[in-house]
Ligand binder design. Structure first.
Ligand SMILES: *[C@@H]1O[C@H](CO)[C@@H](O)[C@H](O)[C@H]1NC(C)=O
Ligand SMILES: *[C@@H]1O[C@H](CO)[C@@H](O)[C@H](O)[C@H]1NC(C)=O
Length: 499
């Protein structure tokens, strides 16, 4: 128990009540009084009420007036002593306070100006030594905290003249509580099994629960902003009837990453400069489906399903090389291959990490996340793709879309998707899309009229926009602030995402 708590109990014991802690304990910080009272109250020792009062402190100038007299009275005495005083000489006697003193002495009718522009004592004043110094008296009362008979206007004038400054003080009115005593018995906070076993709990005082205190915020993990935005996208996909593909593998064979997608083996995307190849192990087995392998070989070499192919010698060894997947479309291809066992409409998506051997800068890393959707249905067309994209992006508040023809190795036709950016007042690219090629789908054994559309976008870009991150290295990697991760709110994608 603190000294202050003991003092409070002692005073209460002597006087029965404390009218004002401010008067009883002058100079003690009211916050300290408050916390002392609070813990006494929790123990039932006291009850209290608080009331705020305004007090005034004298400024340096006011303290000077209290010790030397007001400027106006000092001027009156000086003029009285000298008989007369040139106005220009007032400052020599009173310094910077001369102007105020002169104005107030005039106002009080203490001094007048004669024809030579000199100050003289007003004849009406009579005996100068009996003139009362009201300003000084006023300040003395205020210094003693005696505001009786001082009206608000006077207080305001003094504030304006910068003679007093207000300060708020909380004072407490304290009475004895039901458990009042001069000393504090320590109260138990926890009941232990021992107390129950030996029965000592019956005679102990337990501290009441404080239902007003704030709980301690528990330490917990936090979702990374990328995961927060990813979760929003997942919910959008789920709301449109999509199921999530098992994309939890970073390593693929060249076969799934490139060949099934009708990417020729000499395509620049397969160069070391663009793709990370594994050193150990260097290669893996090709799929068991011999017919599928044969179809891929043929469609690359001389074409099939109405295609003329690329006309080169397709090599199984190239297909076996292990790579860090460059897109999640490798997963989509495997899922579509599985769909060919029992062909039917399907809606699939994945949001996961992909790897490209790229120069790292403020907006590019060598790894990023791809959001990918795949929709298979009978006889769907490019028109369905456009309509579907409009529905999908509308879920994120993105409503003005434009489509631009482009080239992708495994979709034909292919379209880049643009949205109107209000802030930049221009069209910005937000995704890529297309209809998967028959070279890819029919090789898998999917029926000709079961068509598949696909689209993709990056997860990083909407996340950076949502969380105002300018440099991707502040979002991912060893330089990010953990506080940034822990304190960011969940993302909602219901407003225009790309604004
Ligand atoms: C009962 O157990 C508590 C906790 O161990 C101990 O502090 C207390 O002295 C015990 N009381 C009796 C009466 O044995
Ligand atoms: C797709 O269109 C073709 C040609 O119009 C038609 O023969 C076929 O039955 C259609 N498929 C389905 C599943 O509707």
């Amino acid at each position: 128990m603190s000294e202050l708590q003991l003092d409070i109990l002692k005073k209460l014991g002597e006087a029965g009540t404390i009218e004002s802690t401010l008067e009883t304990f002058p100079g003690v910080d009211s916050q300290a009084v408050y916390s002392a009272l609070n813990s006494l109250k929790a123990n039932g020792k006291v009850e209290y009420k608080n009331h705020d009062s305004i007090y005034y402190t004298l400024t340096q100038e006011a303290n000077e007036i209290v010790s030397k007299g007001s400027h106006e009275l000092r001027l009156l005495h000086i003029v009285n002593q000298l008989g007369k005083l040139q106005i220009k000489d007032v400052a020599a006697h009173l310094g910077p306070n001369g102007k105020v003193g002169q104005a107030r002495a005039f106002k009080n009718g203490w001094i007048v100006k004669n024809n030579d522009n000199e100050l003289e004592v007003n004849g009406k004043v009579g005996d100068v030594s009996t003139v009362k110094d009201e300003t000084k008296q006023l300040l003395e009362s205020i210094a003693k905290n005696d505001l009786s008979g001082i009206d608000a206007k006077t207080i305001n004038d003094l504030k304006k003249r910068k003679l007093i400054t207000p300060r708020k003080e909380t004072s407490f009115n304290v009475v004895k509580g039901p458990e009042f005593s001069l000393e504090l018995t320590k109260m138990e906070t926890d009941i232990t099994s021992d107390m129950v076993v030996n029965g000592s709990y019956k005679n102990l005082n337990f501290k009441p629960y404080n239902f007003n205190s704030q709980g301690v915020e528990p330490q917990s993990g936090a979702l990374h902003p990328l995961n927060k935005v990813k979760e929003e996208f997942r919910q959008i996909f789920f709301s449109m009837g999509f199921s999530e593909m098992p994309s939890n593998q970073y390593v693929e064979t060249g076969f799934w990453n490139f060949d099934t997608l009708f990417v020729p083996q000499q395509h620049p995307a397969r160069d070391l400069q663009d793709t990370f190849y594994l050193k150990d192990p260097i290669k893996s087995d090709l799929p068991q489906d011999k017919e599928y392998l044969q179809n891929i070989k043929e469609v690359h070499e001389q074409g099939k399903y109405g295609s003329i192919g690329y006309r080169y010698n397709w090599k199984a060894e190239e297909s076996q090389k292990l790579v860090l997947r460059t897109h999640t479309t490798a997963i989509s291809a495997a899922m579509l291959h599985k769909l060919a066992e029992d062909p039917k409409p399907a809606r699939l998506f994945s949001i996961d990490r992909v790897f490209r051997n790229e120069a790292v800068d403020a907006t590019h890393l060598a790894e990023f996340h791809q959001i990918e959707g795949v929709l298979a249905d009978y006889n769907i067309t490019l028109g369905d793709l456009i309509q579907f994209m409009e529905e999908f992006f509308a879920k994120m508040g993105v409503t003005r879309l434009r489509f631009k023809p482009t080239y992708n190795p495994y979709t034909e036709p292919s379209m880049e998707i643009y949205s109107w950016h209000e802030g930049l007042a221009k069209w910005v690219e937000i995704g890529n899309s297309g209809m998967f090629r028959p070279e890819m789908l029919e090789s898998m054994g999917l029926p000709k009229d079961l068509r598949v559309l696909g689209w993709g976008l990056s997860l990083e870009r909407p996340t950076m926009i949502k969380y105002g991150v300018k440099n991707i290295r502040e979002l991912l990697g060893h330089k990010i602030s953990l506080d940034f991760i822990a304190s960011n709110p969940a993302a909602r994608l219901d407003e225009d995402l790309y604004d």
